[in-house]
Design a protein around this ligand. Structure first.
Ligand code: F6P
Length: 546
């Protein structure tokens, strides 16, 4: 890549300045930082696109922020952002543009790829999705036996599942309650069987979601769904047209499967799987919340896109959070980030973020193939609060690892119930406070603890966290949150000079599985792998009793 700097970013002057600075500030405790600047919590906060971010509980000074901004500039973040929005082929290893931002561009916007404006095509698909969703939701679309569709089963995996299932759970409050939504992803037959065991075939619509329409898990599940559907509908092949739709970029494979392209909703190779929940891959979301709800979601995405594209770096939420994550990862050595939504509807948000962040930034080489020279994507994980507090928070508070946390809370509950919401939010604020300030041995002693117990009850503190507050979980708020994390990922990738949009790391396992499949047949020749893999295959053959 001609525009990739010759050296890893970690060998540049901005990184060196940060390393020197880190050595100077790493011993400073958040207790001191707040004491010496009583207004720190009011200063180190940022509000944009309806999201309030408190980042004061990070182990940073004003100088840290300046140096991080310097790193972003030196790494060419501005140029990378412009290149993405311009439609440049910044996914270099696959030779593709990266334009999930076009999926939420308003009608009338212009975004060019290979000399053509892609926005009209986006809205054409959205309009078809809206029309289809309306017909299904209203009951105008009839199944093979004339009954309306009450059950929707999305079949997909990775980006063709995690976004849809996360969005359905997140927006369940707004969903059609007279319909059932299920999601099948795993090639483990249990997933399909359990998802369909109480459904009637004549009321069930399958959405086969696959960008490539070749993915083993999805195609296996799609064929089982076809068999299940036909078995329940008397074996009449013509039933498929009423009970199957496809979302894909591969029209040929969709037709070959037996789904008419009239029942196919397309998208484009410039939409990465993990960036596709706002494309036609979101068809189940639209069926659940309606076309207006889906458009509200897209508007939320777009608001964050515009903020990311235009706000100066110091006031740019994704840039700031991306830089803070990098500071914790590359300078403090934090290997993971916990994302802790205090909102039950966001229970699948951490799982969604795992693919977004780790499939994007789990890379060891730069755009030009040279070694990246520093740690890249941290492990993302999390659970909704307050559940996690009674499980893994112990390790975050008193373990030996540094685990930066992103807390997410909302001002209003979608289900007000007594004082539940105050109790929930009191816990978010308490956790951030406890992590930052801890409890000193003196404080523990003053409470009357015997000396031997003091170390056990001491909280070192100085654990960094961000707290994000939004008014209410709406479709727009969800769009803003997802776009925020998409651009956080982008910011870090731009600084490391890695390709956040390919996923070669998933290929080897897929290829080896194809080789192993025929070897699992008891009558097949002896497997030809290493001794461990051979023995496992042999034992499986015995265990399955073939
Ligand atoms: O796991 C690799 C991957 O290619 C993901 O990036 C993608 O989201 C998923 O598989 C599903 O791919 P498809 O939508 O083509 O079935």
């Amino acid at each position: 890549m001609s525009d990739t700097p010759l050296k890893p970013v970690s060998q540049g002057p901005a990184w060196a300045a940060l390393a020197t600075h880190h050595a100077q500030v790493k011993q400073q405790h958040l207790r001191q930082l707040f004491k010496s600047d009583p207004k720190r919590g009011e200063r180190l906060r940022l509000e944009a696109a309806g999201i309030y971010l408190d980042y004061s509980k990070n182990r940073i000074t004003d100088e840290t922020l300046q140096l991080l901004q310097g790193l972003a500039k030196e790494a060419g973040l501005r140029e990378r952002i412009d290149a993405m929005f311009r439609g440049d082929k910044i996914n270099v290893s696959e030779g593709r543009a990266v334009l999930h931002v076009a999926l939420r561009a308003p009608r009338g916007a212009t975004i060019m790829v290979d000399g053509a404006n892609v926005v009209p095509g986006v809205h054409e698909v959205l309009d078809r999705m809206a029309d289809f969703s309306e017909r299904v939701r209203s009951g105008a679309w009839k199944g093979h036996t004339g009954k309306r569709i009450r059950n929707v089963v999305n079949i997909g995996i990775g980006g063709s599942d995690l976004g849809p299932v996360m969005a359905y759970e997140a927006l369940r409050h707004y969903s059609a309650r007279d319909m059932t939504f299920r999601f099948v992803s795993n090639v483990d037959g249990t997933d399909f069987v359990e998802a369909t065991h109480d459904l009637e075939a004549d009321e069930t619509m399958f959405i086969v979601s696959s960008k490539t329409f070749t993915t083993l898990e999805t195609m296996t599940n799609a064929h089982s769904a076809r068999d299940w559907s036909l078995a329940g509908l008397g074996g009449d092949e013509s039933a498929v047209a009423k009970h199957f739709v496809a979302v894909s970029t591969n029209a040929e494979a969709v037709s070959k499967f037996g789904i008419s392209t009239d029942n196919m909703f397309g998208f484009w190779d410039w939409v990465g799987g993990r960036y596709s929940m706002d494309s036609a891959i979101g068809l189940s979301t639209m069926l659940a919340v309606g076309a207006d709800g889906f458009r509200e979601l897209l508007a939320g995405f777009h608001e964050m896109d515009e903020h990311f594209r235009t706000a100066p770096f110091e006031q740019n939420l994704p840039v700031l959070m991306g830089l803070l994550a990098l500071w914790n990862n590359n300078f403090f050595g934090a290997q993971t980030v916990a994302v802790l939504p205090y909102e039950q509807y966001l229970k699948r948000f951490p799982a969604y973020l795992q693919q977004l962040t780790m499939e994007s930034n789990g890379k060891h080489v730069r755009l030009d193939g040279g070694p990246v020279g520093c740690d890249t994507g941290p492990v993302y994980w999390g659970e909704p609060g307050t559940n996690g507090q009674h499980s893994f928070y112990q390790l975050i508070h008193q373990g030996t690892r540094l685990i930066p946390c992103d807390f997410i809370g909302f001002g209003q509950s979608l289900n007000p119930l007594g004082n539940h919401h105050d109790l929930l939010l009191a816990n978010v604020f308490a956790q951030g406070e406890a992590l930052a300030f801890g409890k000193t041995p003196e404080e523990v002693k003053a409470e009357g603890s015997p000396d031997w117990l003091v170390p056990h009850r001491t909280f070192e503190g100085n654990r960094p966290s961000n707290t994000l507050l939004l008014e209410k979980l709406t479709p727009a708020a969800l769009g803003k949150l997802v776009a925020l994390y998409e651009h956080i990922v982008f910011t870090q990738a731009a600084i490391w000079h890695i390709d956040a949009f390919d996923q070669w790391g998933v290929e080897l396992g897929k290829v080896l599985a194809q080789r192993i499949i025929p070897e699992l047949d008891a009558k097949a020749a002896a497997p030809a792998h290493d001794s461990s893999t051979n023995a496992l295959i042999e034992r499986y053959r015995q265990l399955k009793g073939a």
